[in-house]
Ligand binder design. Structure first.
Ligand code: PMP
Length: 295
């Protein structure tokens, strides 16, 4: 991924893609003092940019460091990167991290670096292909308790167990893994939130008290309500998945993606998945078109 043309915004400057190097003594590499974001570009427009920027700043605060740019500066830098690289439908990856000025657990005076990369990433699967649904395993790794890890931060360190879970699932032929939380309740996938259409006709989704309350999750909750679905946020036991007819993931990258199975639990992606996939697609494109009209 590093050997390609293009520009990455690094600490206030546009730097050729190949030249954005990291020193091996970077604190972030050794001690995971890094927070990041994942954003999507639709029709040249970054969907919910300010919410992502605000979350990056908040994630850093939770990890005890200040991003040295304002939200306005970060938003402008993000738009500049998208324009500079000519991205129409793509993905944006901002990251903030402690540099290599100090080595050791304590690195109070280390420099805080910020970089923003963006690349073209058009929709990969047709809606018909996505309606087949993901096959998911259940991970042995649990989402940690809020007093075990900074669970409200989109912190790089929290992704260690996500990569382990996802690699194991992929080796066993699955698409992704469901992670339970430290109490044994259903939490989320390795990079997305989860919803179930239960027997009561309502959409149930885990209460985000030890994992990210995703920006897509909140968007989909609004869209579901607008489409007549009642939302129930609560603690969900894994065995309750037997009572769900449909299930889907939400996230910036996966958007709304139906699920076919989680372990031995089976679901049939149908009206609910289709309605919300289409509603989400319309919402992100509407935002893009509105922005274009305003320019
Ligand atoms: N959980 C995890 C672990 C994630 O990585 C993501 C993606 N950022 C999400 C949930 C969904 O968050 P969002 O909708 O804000 O992308």
């Amino acid at each position: 991924f590093d050997d390609r043309d293009g520009f990455i915004w690094l600490n206030g400057e546009m730097v050729p893609w190949r030249d954005t190097k990291l020193h091996m003594l970077s604190h972030a590499l050794h001690y995971a003092s890094a927070v990041f974001e994942g954003e999507r570009v639709y029709l040249n427009h970054i969907f919910k940019l300010r919410e992502h920027t605000d979350r990056l700043i908040k994630s850093a605060k939770i990890l005890d460091f200040e991003v040295p740019y304002s939200a306005d500066e970060l938003d402008q830098a993000t738009r500049d990167v998208v324009t500079k690289n000519g991205i129409v439908d793509g993905y944006v990856r901002p990251i903030a991290w402690r540099g290599s000025e100090m080595m050791g657990v304590s690195a109070q005076q280390s420099k805080i670096n910020v970089a923003i990369a963006a690349w073209e990433w058009p929709a990969y699967f047709t809606p018909e292909a996505r309606m087949k649904g993901l096959r998911m395993a259940i991970s042995d790794w649990a989402r940690p308790a809020p007093n075990t890890a900074p669970t409200d931060s989109k912190a790089a360190g929290l992704y260690m167990i996500c990569t382990l879970s996802k690699h194991k699932a992929e080796r066993e032929g699955f698409d992704d893994a469901l992670m339970l939380d430290y109490r044994g309740y259903v939490a989320e996938a390795t990079g997305a939130n989860i919803f179930f259409l239960m027997e009561d006709g309502k959409l149930h989704t885990p209460k985000p008290d030890c994992f990210l309350d995703g920006i897509t999750r909140r968007t989909v909750i609004d869209l579901a309500r607008a489409n007549g679905y009642e939302i129930v946020e609560r603690h969900i036991k894994p065995e309750e998945m037997a009572g769900a007819s449909e299930a889907f993931l939400t996230g910036t990258a996966v958007e709304v993606t139906p699920i076919q199975s989680i372990g031995d639990y089976r679901f049939t992606p149908a009206t609910c998945c289709k309605t919300l996939m289409e509603a989400y697609d319309a919402e992100v494109r509407k935002a893009g078109r509105t922005a274009q009209a305003a320019e």
